[in-house]
Design a protein around this ligand. Structure first.
Ligand code: M6R
Length: 608
């Protein structure tokens, strides 16, 4: 989820590239860099760690002059944030910037090393710079041809942009799964991973599509596909302003992030699942569940709710006992942890103070620790033995959405990995689950389209005093998450409950002023949850049901029904959380609240 820019034309490239990167900083900001071809065709690269301002200071001291250049602001996926890992990556006279993940980078790296090539970073991107350089050395007649040779070896997601001393008047770029937009100026061309980067220069753009390659010169752009066949596409005129464009046209980051979930999950799963071996791989981290006494999942807030779903996944697939603990409780309760306990610390930011303290506590007692985090090289990964990174990209809305479902994807990977090694998950069942998991992003896209904006639901319930959320099994954590989401952005009091607990207390709250959200997708506890729904109705409760597409019986019993696609119970949280996120958002908007920065909250809680 990095930001990419490029410029070719008569003006100095550096200020245009830096201005573009400034507009893309929301996409990631752990390091940044530029590569510019100077007037003699000589390539110069400048990179620095931290926010863009650090690069700007460096460029003030050592200006880069030239009329062709590329730039990058990084959100690390492979390798910690450092100058060596910052883009552009340079090999010989070639410089490359990249957004995405090269899945087969280890195989390619080994092959390139065997030919005597040396690497100066831990990134997957540097491979591409080597491959393009290798192709040019082998006689590729044009830069675009060299890029095609490189791409024929690469598996993964990418927006790749390349410049070379041997072809100093052009930029070539390719897209597969990561976004890339070309801006058409008068006698100059722009390129970026998102429209805001170029809006101050042009509003005429071409969005590259999957498997397309662009050659940009000051005089124009030529599009082709991977096979070298020409592609033609008319440009589009952008009518949004820059701030709207940063949010991709969405009014709030939270809504944008809700809609980014299919992509976030696809990126988190990418390269880690294999159907041929029916297995999940954790980038070098191996968990042998056999000597494990138990797994303890620790986290706070939304990440804690992901942990509660993770317990179902790990216990059901690997049959290893799991506990889930709030990090703030775990750290102070003199926990029993030893070398046969695996602590899994879940944190979007990777720096939540309580979760970090829990990890340190577990390590001090000899426990093993695996982190799940969305921020590479953040504090929690740094003190853990290994990390499964979620590739959701920066989450800006304070209310966590895409990082939650990406955490579920990471937990599913861990559970399959452990299940295969514990001997409890046979290959055919694993293959079936892997196929179902791989289909989740598409089903989420369908669900998001079908659910729409839920503005009518919001109008109906926006003035409620309290809300109750009820769920069973894997949907009990989703009831908790639904209540948290609603509380934090709408400021309506809400509670999540295991539906079976309703008659032990919360049923006393039910009246026509308390909407009750009942999570009732088809599955093993369907009949039980329907009984709970009937009990609510019998007390004049207003039921908002979340159910499986086509369930007419449910539609008839509820005041309002929100349908999601059918998936197996272990994976239902990916679907059932979606209407709750959208409904909370819609209610908060209807109440006029600041959705992205709700009162009293902070995105990262680095204090107790
Ligand atoms: O960065 P973390 O995942 O460690 O953060 C944990 C919680 O602070 C976080 O999930 C919080 O509850 C969110 N605001 C929920 O939307």
């Amino acid at each position: 989820m990095c930001g990419i820019v490029g410029y070719v034309g008569p003006r100095q490239a550096t200020p245009i590239l830096v201005g573009g990167l400034r507009r893309l900083e929301y996409r990631g900001y752990d390091s940044a860099g530029l590569a510019v071809l100077d007037p003699t065709g000589h390539l110069e690269v400048s990179r620095s760690v931290g926010k863009l301002s650090a690069l700007e200071q460096l460029l003030e001291r050592q200006p880069l002059l030239g009329r062709v250049g590329i730039g990058h602001t990084r959100w690390a996926t492979h390798g910690r944030p450092s100058e060596a890992n910052a883009h552009p990556h340079r090999v010989g006279g070639v410089a490359v910037v990249h957004n995405g993940i090269i899945e087969n980078y280890l195989d390619l790296k080994r092959r390139l090393q065997a030919t005597g090539r040396e690497f100066s970073s831990e990134t997957d991107t540097e491979i591409v710079a080597h491959l393009v350089d290798e192709a040019l050395n082998a006689g590729a007649p044009t830069l675009v041809e060299a890029l095609r040779v490189a791409l024929s070896q690469v598996v993964g997601a990418y927006a790749l942009v390349v410049i070379s001393e041997r072809h100093p008047d052009e930029i070539v770029a390719a897209k597969n799964a990561s976004p890339l937009v070309i801006g058409i100026g008068v006698g100059e061309m722009f390129l970026a991973s998102d429209v805001p980067a170029m809006l101050e220069h042009t509003r005429d753009v071409i969005f590259l599509e999957e498997g397309e390659i662009a050659e940009l010169r000051a005089t124009g752009v030529k599009l082709s596909n991977l096979a070298g066949e020409p592609v033609t596409r008319a440009s589009r005129r952008i009518t949004w302003d820059a701030v709207q464009a940063e949010k991709n046209g969405y009014p709030h980051f939270m809504l944008k992030e809700i809609h980014e979930q299919p992509r976030a999950i696809a990126d988190t799963l990418r390269g880690r699942l294999r159907l041929d071996t029916a297995d999940a791989y954790l980038e070098g981290y191996e968990i042998d569940p056999r000597p494990l006494r138990r797994v303890v999942l620790v986290a706070c807030g939304t990440s804690y709710h992901a942990g509660l779903v993770g317990k179902f996944m790990i216990e059901s697939l690997a049959r290893v006992p799991c506990e889930v603990d709030l990090a703030s409780e775990f750290r102070y309760r003199d926990p029993v942890v030893g070398p046969n306990d695996l602590l899994i610390a879940i944190s979007q930011s990777g720096e939540t103070a309580d979760t970090l303290a829990a990890v340190k506590e577990a390590r001090a007692r000899g426990g093993r620790v695996l982190a799940i985090s969305n921020v590479v090289d953040s504090a929690i990964p740094r003190v853990s033995e290994g990390t499964v990174y979620t590739h959701a990209g920066p989450e800006i809305g304070v209310a966590s959405t895409k990082c939650f479902t990406a955490q579920l994807a990471a937990l599913a990977l861990i559970a399959i990995h452990m299940g295969r090694r514990s001997g409890h998950l046979a290959a055919p069942e694993a293959a079936k689950l892997i196929a179902e998991l791989a289909a989740i992003p598409t089903k989420m896209t369908t669900a998001l389209t079908t659910l729409g904006d839920l503005a009518d639901v919001a109008a109906r319930y926006r003035d409620a005093r309290d809300f109750l959320f009820l769920g069973r099994g894997t949907n009990f954590p989703i009831a908790l998450e639904g209540a948290l989401k609603l509380k934090e952005i709408s400021y309506i009091h809400a509670e999540g409950y295991a539906a079976g607990e309703m008659k032990h207390g919360p049923i006393a709250l039910v009246d026509d002023g308390v909407p009750v959200v009942v999570l009732a997708p088809r599955g093993p506890s369907y009949e039980k949850i329907i009984s709970n729904l009937v009990q609510v109705r019998a007390r004049n409760g207003r039921v908002i049901a979340v159910g499986t597409e086509g369930d007419q019986q449910l539609a008839e019993m509820a005041e309002c029904v929100l349908f999601v696609p059918d998936v197996s119970p272990l994976l239902q949280p990916f679907m059932t959380v979606l209407p709750l996120q959208i409904m909370s958002y819609a209610i908060a908007v209807a109440r006029g609240n600041d959705v992205d920065q709700p009162r009293n909250l902070a995105k990262s809680v680095t204090v107790e």
